[in-house]
Design a protein around this ligand. Sequence first.
Ligand code: XMP
Length: 311
Amino acid sequence: MDCKKFVEEQISQIKQTVGDATAINALSGGVDSSLVTVLGHRALGEQFKTVFVDNALMRQGEPQRVVKTFADMGIPVELVDAREEFLSALAGLTDPEEKRQAITDTFYAKVFSRLVRESGAKFLLHGTILTDIEETIAGIKRQHNILAQLGIDPEEAYGYSVLEPLKTLRKDGVREVCEFLKLPAEISQRIPFPGPALATRIVGEVTRERLTTVRAATAIVEEELRDSGAFQYMAVLLSDRATGIRDNKREFGQIIVVRCIESTDARTATATILPWDKLQHICERIISEIDDVNRCLYDLTPKPPATVEYI
Ligand code: XMP
């Protein structure tokens, strides 16, 4: 692919389409929305606003780290604290699809639509890639049309337009353009992380306390497996409990699952054959550093039948 030509064409198209108006995008920290942020900023400068929504479901220090990565590139990102809104939408929900729906609805119908309205932007830049479009058509993915998600009828809300500068690229193309633009490796080489974030790794209700537990376990697993070369690795909090003994006292503690997979596109996956001493070390850290966790399991299941995430 001719990356230089791609970047020049997209920047000129964004400039031409937006003209004197303003545009907005939501940055998740993932590679697609990161590239859109860089292209939008290069094309529009101060006519472009980027928001990062803290949904309470992010990893340890993630919102601040993403904002700093972009600040270091001279790109301002507004950090929006929507933690309460997401946590209250998730309260009491245990069904996986209901949890996912609550997160989607809170993001689009409440938080992002309010930010778009308040910004006065007439254009939304969105990191849709070719695979998203194909998977929507094939019925694998839920609707990715951002205007539909925002509940905006383009006819009625005349003036709103969505630009999808990455819609001809697949993931490898997106990474190639990121490398061409010399974006930091923490963007271009980032391991996949789902939009609903840590909620996909909590079986049962998502609460502040349970997020603290899975967040701490995630930090340990990511630190320990960073150099594993695996496709993706994570920690999951189960809703079951198990009996254990700590300090001579019986406790009915929590259970963390460690999952680490080999894959090329996440459609199929196998468990990584990790060295036993590495697994033991991770287990040791999880049960000693995290309150109330007294069991740690390693997931050996391939996809299919298991999915990568737990909800
Ligand atoms: P599953 O769990 O479906 O995951 O086997 C396959 C890949 O997709 C990621 N994933 C998501 N990514 N939004 C995303 O952006 C989501 O809702 C979502 N669910 C799963 C998962 O991390 C894995 O890489």
